[in-house]
Design a protein around this ligand. Structure first.
Ligand SMILES: [Zn+2]
Length: 295
């Protein structure tokens, strides 16, 4: 663990390692802290190689934070590898319970270090802990992993599958950077306040409505379509004083979306509304790493 939160200046890096219904894994790191958000890699060899490649770049991997228990976000194969590597796996208590029920890792020789979010930092506790950080946004419990303060935000996804986006903060060169990660949800009302004035946003743009009509899929209703993603980003831009440096779209359906369609939906929405798009817009590749973004 690093110095007390908020006292150190760090450079923050992000890379999407894969992002689709075939598997999701996002990496976030500083010189001293490193986390994955989700690790839904079914093939153990691929998971091991992904972790090794990340360690060569970032130096280490402290923990994996899990958004929900669907297999493209945390798979049996990746739990086996994370258990063997002794890497902490943190999720909401209900998500951890699902993972235990679905995969029964307690019977394994090297079970993963599955832990419920160590949430303790309600506002009063944070003051008591001497944390310097104060967040003007709606207050929710947070926990720290090294340089990162993580605020899980429950979002609506599939029935009976508790699912979380994450507002993550870190100090960088004297200011607090706000990062938002959210995939697998179908209503953005709860996440919008955190996207406002965020410095970096990774958000799902799952499907194009016309392609969904051509290739019907029941589960698509649990995901954000391109139009809703564009609307979320436009609402956030209208309410923001500062624009994010980069917005990266992710979890694009390989059958029901195209990179150009997702990007055009967002740029088109801003153009139609006469709103200047003040951020760099990109889309994460489905099955290979994105470029590294310095936040
Ligand atoms: Zn899901």
């Amino acid at each position: 663990m690093g110095a007390p939160f908020g006292t150190r200046t760090v450079a923050i890096y992000f890379q999407s390692l894969c992002s689709s219904s075939a598997g999701n894994c996002l990496a976030l790191w500083t010189a001293t802290s490193s986390i994955f958000i989700d690790c839904g890699i079914k093939v153990q060899r691929e998971c091991r190689e992904m972790i090794e490649a990340h360690r060569r770049r970032a130096g280490h991997l402290d923990a994996v934070i899990v958004s929900h228990a669907h297999g493209d976000h945390m798979a049996y194969g990746s739990l086996r590898v994370l258990g063997r590597e002794g890497i902490r796996v943190l999720g909401d208590g209900r998500v951890v319970r699902h993972l235990r029920e679905w995969h029964e890792p307690q019977a394994w020789k090297e079970p993963p270090r599955l832990e419920a979010f160590p949430v303790c930092h309600r506002l009063d506790d944070r003051r008591a802990c001497g944390h310097l950080f104060e967040d003007p946004r709606p207050d929710r419990p947070t926990f720290d992993v090294g340089d990162f303060r993580v605020m899980p935000i429950e979002v609506p996804h599939a029935p009976h599958v508790p699912t979380f986006g994450f507002a993550i903060s870190a100090r960088d060169r004297g200011t607090t950077r706000h990062l938002v990660f959210c995939t697998d949800f179908h209503d953005y009302a709860g996440i919008l306040p955190y996207v406002v004035d965020a410095d970096f946003v990774f958000v799902e743009a799952n499907h194009d409505l016309e392609l969904l009509r051509q290739h019907p899929n029941h589960a698509s209703r649990y995901h954000l379509n391109n139009m809703k993603t564009a609307s979320l980003l436009h609402h956030a831009a209208r309410q923001s004083v500062m624009a994010p440096g980069t917005v990266m779209l992710g979890h694009l359906s390989e059958e029901r979306n195209r990179r150009a369609l997702a990007l055009d939906e967002v740029t088109g929405m801003f153009a139609r509304q006469g709103t200047k798009m003040r951020f760099h817009l990109d889309a994460a590749p489905a099955r290979r790493p994105s470029a590294v973004v310095e936040i």
